[in-house]
Design a protein around this ligand. Structure first.
Ligand code: 4NP
Length: 153
């Protein structure tokens, strides 16, 4: 079965599109067949490209986010995805509040898959401008989740 993974943050222009692009590329490099998408709990940036600072940092590391566009979490996501990976606790609470009671999607913090570092939430780089740190965290958690999914297969 092809696991379907949705990455979620607030605006879907910094953290979750980064996770989508990084995870898709690293999964392909690791021969893992997955379907990947991302969205925001807000629709503030619907239709926009990822933040230019995220696209620039991606380009330095061999990732391409430029074809992705921002969208908002929708009710069909809870049936279409197996895993909904949230960037911070506020996203996690908002996603859980929106989830129907009978959803089978596993809703959790993405950094559960990067246990060997102190942070549990991916910090918001929109104001902090710490895109390099955010990419480091997302690459680490992506490799952790890929290892988990490969061990399930
Ligand atoms: P993201 O970052 O949730 O990682 O996409 C943000 C992007 C935009 C805003 C906040 C966070 N905003 O307030 O517009």
């Amino acid at each position: 079965m092809q696991p379907k993974i949705l990455f979620v943050c607030l605006g879907n222009i910094c953290r979750s599109p980064t996770a989508e692009g990084v995870f898709r590329t690293l999964a392909a490099h690791n021969d893992l067949n997955v379907f990947v998408d991302s969205c925001g709990t807000s629709g503030f940036h619907n239709g926009e490209q990822p933040d230019s600072r995220a696209m620039f940092e991606a380009s330095l590391r061999g990732f391409d986010l430029s074809r992705q566009r921002s969208s908002q979490l929708k009710s069909s996501d809870f049936t279409d995805f197996d895993y909904i990976m949230c960037m911070d606790n506020a996203n996690l609470q908002n996603v859980k509040s929106a989830a129907p009671e009978n959803t089978n999607a596993k809703i959790e913090l993405f950094l559960n898959y990067a246990p060997n570092q102190p942070l549990r939430e991916v910090p918001d780089p929109y104001y902090e401008d710490n895109f390099s740190d955010v990419f480091d965290l997302i690459e680490t958690a992506s490799l952790g989740l890929i290892a988990q999914l490969k061990s399930n297969a």
